[in-house]
Design a protein around this ligand. Structure first.
Ligand SMILES: C[S@@+](CC[C@H](N)C(=O)[O-])C[C@H]1O[C@@H](n2cnc3c(N)ncnc32)[C@H](O)[C@@H]1O
Length: 366
C-alpha cells in the first residue's frame, strides 16, 4: 500500500475531533499534521490547507518553533503486558522487562504535562494493552482532573464487555477511544489477533457506541484497520460497509516493521529504495515514555534500544531539550545513526528536506 491509498478511505470526522478535543488542541492537531507532512485526515475539513513544505511555510515554521519548547505528542506506556498475541506486534520479539508504570511516576508525568502543555496529545498505551492495567480508570480521571484535554487510549477491545468496562471508560470523559478491528470474520480475526473473539469485539464496540450516544457523551470512538496484506485485505470492504452503515469513524493503517525488529513483516515500502533527504517525523510526533520511565527514541523503538533519558530522574522538558533535541538536530542535518539508520518509518512522512530553513535555527546551527 502506498501512502495515498492508505489514507483516502478513512472517514475521520473533524466535527467529532473538534467536540472531543476543544478548539486549541484541535487547531494544534491540524497544525501538527500540516507541519509534519500529514495527510488529509478529516472529511470536509474547513481547516484543511494545502501542504507546502517550503521555505515560506510560516505555519510549519511556527509549529517547529512551538514544539521545540515542549513535546506536543506524548505516549505513556502504562504497561507492556498484554492479553492478546497479535501476529504483527513488536511484542513477539520484545525482550525488555515487563511491568506496569507506578502511580507516582505517572502522576509526575501528568503534572508536568498539565503545567506545561495541557493540550498535548497524550496516548495512554505503548507496546501493551492498557485496559489490563488495574489503575487505568484512575489514571485517566487523574489526567482529566489535572486539565489534560487531549487524551487517547487505544485498545484491542478484548476487555470492553468485562464488568461493563466500556461504561467506566466512557464515563471518564476521555477524548478518544481507539479500537482495532483488523478483520471481518472470526477466522481471520483469530489468525491476526490471537486469543481474541471477533463476535465479542463487535458486541463491545456496539455497546460502547450505544452508551456514548444514549448519554450524549463527547468521547469519540475511532476504529482502526491494520492492513496485513494477504490475510485481511480482502475483508476490508465488508468492514468499511459495516462502519459506514453504523457511522463509525475509522482509519486504515499500513504495516510497519518496528524499526527492523520485525523485518519478517511484509510491507510494500520495505522494498522501496529511496535516497534519504528528509528527517523522520516520528522525532517530533512521538515522545515515547516506557512503563519504567525510560524515553525511547520513538514509538518504533519497542525494545528501548536507543534511550533519550528517563523521566523518573529528569523532567520531560529536560529530556526533550537534551538528548532528544540532539537527535532532531542530527536528522535535520541529514545524519541518521543508531536505530534510525535502517528504519523505514521516514518513508511515510513528507517533512521539509534536511537543512531547510523551515526548521528552527537551534536545530540547524553548529
Ligand atoms: C502495540 S498496540 C498497543 C495498544 C493495544 N494493545 C492495541 O492493540 O490497540 C498499538 C497499535 O499498534 C498497532 N500495531 C501493532 N503492530 C503493528 C505493525 N507491525 N504495523 C502497524 N501497526 C501495528 C496495533 O494494531 C495498535 O493499533
Amino acid at each position: 500500500m502506498t501512502k495515498d491509498t492508505i489514507h483516502i478511505p478513512s472517514n475521520r470526522k473533524w466535527q467529532r475531533h473538534f467536540k472531543a478535543k476543544g478548539f486549541i488542541p484541535f487547531m494544534h492537531d491540524r497544525l501538527q499534521s500540516y507541519a509534519l507532512g500529514g495527510m488529509n485526515q478529516y472529511d470536509e475539513n474547513p481547516f484543511n490547507f494545502a501542504i507546502r513544505p517550503n521555505e515560506e511555510n510560516l505555519l510549519a515554521q511556527y509549529f517547529f518553533e512551538f514544539v521545540e519548547e515542549f513535546p506536543y505528542d506524548i505516549t505513556i506506556e502504562v504497561t507492556n503486558n498484554c492479553n492478546l498475541n497479535c501476529v504483527f506486534c513488536a511484542r513477539q520479539k520484545m525482550s525488555r522487562e515487563k511491568g506496569f508504570m507506578s502511580m507516582d511516576l505517572y502522576k509526575n508525568i501528568i503534572d508536568e504535562i498539565a503545567s506545561k502543555r495541557p493540550f498535548s496529545y497524550v496516548h495512554l498505551y505503548g507496546i501493551g494493552e492498557p485496559t489490563i492495567d488495574p489503575d487505568i480508570i484512575e489514571r485517566i480521571v487523574y489526567a482529566i482532573q489535572k486539565g489534560v484535554t487531549n487524551l487517547i487510549i487505544f485498545t484491542n477491545g478484548k476487555n470492553l464487555l468485562e464488568n461493563d468496562f466500556y461504561k467506566k471508560l466512557a464515563d471518564t470523559g476521555i477524548g478518544t477511544i481507539g479500537i482495532d478491528v483488523d478483520a471481518f470474520t472470526s477466522d481471520t480475526y483469530g489468525r491476526i489477533r490471537v486469543g481474541g473473539s471477533f463476535d465479542r469485539l463487535i458486541a463491545g464496540i456496539t455497546a460502547l457506541n450505544e452508551y456514548i450516544t444514549e448519554n450524549k457523551l463527547n468521547t469519540r470512538v475511532e476504529l482502526a484497520y491494520q492492513v496485513y496484506d494477504a490475510v485481511n485485505q480482502a475483508e476490508f470492504s465488508q468492514f468499511q460497509e459495516w462502519a459506514l452503515e453504523h457511522d463509525y469513524e475509522y482509519k486504515i493503517v499500513a504495516m510497519h516493521q518496528w524499526a527492523g525488529l520485525r523485518e519478517d513483516i511484509e510491507c510494500q515500502d520495505s522494498h522501496r529504495s529511496h535516497e534519504r533527504q528528509t528527517p523522520c517525523s516520528a522525532l517530533w510526533s512521538s515522545f515515547m515514555i516506557l512503563w519504567n520511565g525510560d524515553v525511547a527514541v520513538c514509538f518504533q523503538d519497542a525494545n528501548g534500544c536507543e534511550l533519550m533519558g528517563n523521566v523518573a530522574n529528569d523532567a520531560i522538558e529536560t529530556v526533550w531539550r537534551g538528548k532528544a533535541k540532539e537527535k532532531r538536530k542530527a536528522h535535520v542535518k541529514g545524519t541518521f545513526t543508531g536505530l534510525c539508520k535502517n528504519c523505514k518509518e521516514y518513508l511515510y512522512n513528507n517533512l521539509p528536506p534536511c537543512n531547510s530553513s523551515v526548521y528552527p535555527e537551534d536545530l540547524t546551527d553548529d
